[in-house]
Design a protein around this ligand. Structure first.
Ligand SMILES: Nc1nc2c(ncn2[C@@H]2O[C@H](COP(=O)(O)OP(=O)(O)OP(=O)(O)O)[C@@H](O)[C@H]2O)c(=O)[nH]1
Ligand SMILES: [Mg+2]
Length: 420
């Protein structure tokens, strides 16, 4: 399978769920109006893109539609691909310019740190580089064994000590060994959970200090590994680690197992951290350097879209049959009327101010305008809620059940600092 096909197949779930629905939305509109953008925004929010980022994408799309004088909704697909690409660009490459360079790999437990290290090591060794792995996850003996297996598989050297030893001492040893052997890259594995959050952050800080002291001139990457299936939780984890560990990039794993790939946009836009690698499977070559252009292209790839369209069409027909008895939802064009009313009201207000009417009249008009604005705001809020539920029904959106595994629960506990 070629590189692009791998990314494409890894993103199938996200493509089907989110971008399949976006395609359907665009096909159901004959002109570009506010309703289209509102439904698009809802779909993006439901697809784990995050409220802030969804709004930003839609604002950018509106600006481009206006600038380019676009009237055909089908053109939005191309614009969306462009906007997403540009949003994700910048800082995506790994800095391994010195000999040795250091990559510190961090993240909560089970996200794919050790697997990512194995895959990275295989990639670098394949490029002819000498790699030293530091088994600095000393919390569990199994973690050390797992890294050893990856070292053997990839042809990397490994420096390890016993379970429970000081992780910073392991990193120190790995640096000395790498210097002595002339290694190109040191990759350090770390524990995903310790007795509590403070212990973990203190330990990462200590490892960081050792690296900075022993290799002050070296290129250093601190990669935060995130599990894409946790959706918005991945955004929270980035916030936590960003403050404490000075991360330089993200590795987003398990994209192949989730429809929540939209989270990549939230991480980039909300937290301003570049994504450097994505994991699209468990095989050794399933870790890919993150290429925003390819990523966006894979999200909009057409091949299996027909199937998705037919499926969503069938779903919608069924949905309509079952909702036929319901009262029709108020026409969304009412929003446009509300806007026109508001504008007319503002004009009236301006005229009033220009004329030489008494202060009393002005005051009354202001109060009236305020009351009107309040009414419009409330109506828009009500309609936004109606729209959201309509969008959910129309696109038969059934979000995957939120991951209820122990990791999620553990992370919540961990944030509170009271787990053990
Ligand atoms: N489908 C899929 N599975 C992945 C991917 N990356 C990692 N995994 C799987 O996720 C599981 C956990 O991976 P690990 O590498 O052990 O995670 P870790 O962060 O080192 O975990 P701890 O050491 O326990 O903190 C393993 O079963 C991996 O095979 C990916 O991109 N796709
Ligand atoms: Mg591990």
């Amino acid at each position: 399978m070629g590189l692009f096909d791998k990314i494409k197949s890894g993103l199938k779930k996200t493509r089907d769920a989110l971008f399949g629905r976006i395609d359907k939305l665009l096909k159901s509109f004959t002109k570009i109006d506010d309703d289209l953008f509102e439904e698009l925004e809802e779909l993006l929010v439901m697809g784990d893109v995050g409220m802030y980022t969804a709004e930003k994408i839609c604002d950018e799309l509106k600006a481009r539609v206006k600038n380019e004088g676009i009237t055909d909704p089908s053109q939005i697909r191309r614009l969306l691909e462009e906007v997403i690409t540009e949003m994700l660009e910048g800082g995506n490459t790994l800095d391994i310019s010195t000999k040795p360079s250091v990559i510190l790999v961090i993240g909560v437990n089970g996200v794919g740190k050790t697997t990512t290290i194995g895959k990275l090591a295989a990639r670098f060794v394949g490029d002819g580089k000498r790699v030293t792995l530091a088994a600095a996850d000393t919390f569990r003996a199994a973690a050390i064994d797992q890294l050893k297996i990856w070292a053997d598989r990839s042809g990397a050297d490994i420096i390890k000590q016993n379970e429970g030893s000081d992780p910073a001492a392991v990193v120190f040893d790995a640096i000395s060994s790498a210097k002595a052997r002339g290694s190109d890259i040191i990759i350090a594995d770390t524990a995903g959970r310790l007795h509590n959050k403070k212990n973990l952050m203190d330990e990462l800080a200590k490892i960081n200090r050792i690296i900075d002291r022993e290799l002050p001139e070296a290129a250093k990457e601190v990669l935060l590994v995130l599990d894409a299936t946790t959706g918005q939780n991945a955004v929270n984890q980035t916030k936590e680690f960003k403050n404490a560990a000075g991360i330089t990039g993200i590795v987003l794993t398990k994209l192949d197992g989730t429809a929540k790939g939209g989270v990549v946009l939230a991480i980039r836009e909300e937290l301003d951290v570049p994504v450097k690698y994505i994991g699209v499977g468990e095989q050794i070559d399933d870790l890919q350097p993150f290429d925003p252009k390819e990523f966006a292209r894979a999200l909009f790839s057409d091949d299996d879209m027909k199937e998705v369209m037919e499926e969503t069409e069938r779903d919608t027909e069924e949905q309509q049959e079952s909702t036929n008895t319901e009262e029709p939802v108020k026409s969304a064009t009412a929003d446009i009327w509300a806007q026109i009313d508001a504008e007319a009201q503002a004009e009236r207000q301006a005229e009033l101010e220009k004329s030489e009417e008494s202060e009393q009249e002005k005051e009354a008009a202001r109060a009236e305008a305020e009351a009107e604005a309040k009414r419009i705001r409330e109506e828009q809020k009500k309609r936004a809620e109606e729209r959201r539920s309509r969008t959910e029904k129309k696109y038969n959106w059934s979000t995957e059940p939120v991951a209820q595994d122990s990791d999620d629960e553990w992370f919540e506990q961990w944030k509170k600092g009271n787990n053990d």
